[in-house]
Ligand binder design. Sequence first.
Ligand code: PLP
Length: 237
Amino acid sequence: MSEDICQNLKDVQHRIEQACQKAGRDSNEITLIAVSKMKPLEDIEEAYGCGQIHFGENRAKELQDKMDACEHDDIQWHMVGNLQTNKIKYMVERVNWIDSVPKKKTIREIEKRASRIDRVINTLIQVNISGEDQKSGCEPEDLEKILKYAQGKNHVRVRGLMGMATFVDPDKVEEVRPEFRLLREIRDSHREWECENIQLDELSMGMTNDMEIAIEEGSTMVRVGRAIFGERNYGDD
Ligand SMILES: *Cc1c(COP(=O)(O)O)cnc(C)c1O
């Protein structure tokens, strides 16, 4: 079945606007990241053709292949998935955002690799808000030492935090509201660590099923896959 990607994008934009209206927010505060994992380059091209600029991938190799094959310089590429430190060297040349930084070692490696080519990479620190072991991200109590470590790095810019809520059935999404709220509270309580290369303005939270709730709780970046590109065929992440 072929998806009408442009129409889907409009529908998602509409959902974002409705959620903003309900929350008394301006929809210009929300960046839509189109998560194109497991979808072909043609789908990215189609979304780009109707104005989509931010794209996210969750696997290093797939991100790399798509960044190499895609010719639009103005696309902003986001790495949103679990990231092995040894994959960073392949992506620093082109990636614009690494949204899933879980530890100091990741920052050290981004700084090392990005400094060699004189690029500055935008990053989000991923915080474990679901309390599930298998979800990645730092524990909330470790965030302070990661931010301290990032201070003064010349090629790593921390822009905010990222969180993944517990996966629940679509009719139970209200249950994840406290997790989104927690991420915002963690952000608010770490503002004192802001400095020249650290700003905690961005909160990346909310996906196809729960973006409205995330927006009500202060999200500034929603990462949406299925509502734009359709269901993925094998092994949802
Ligand atoms: C797949 C994925 C998404 C998008 O999920 P959908 O349910 O398709 O909207 C968002 N964030 C991350 C990290 C993902 O891996």
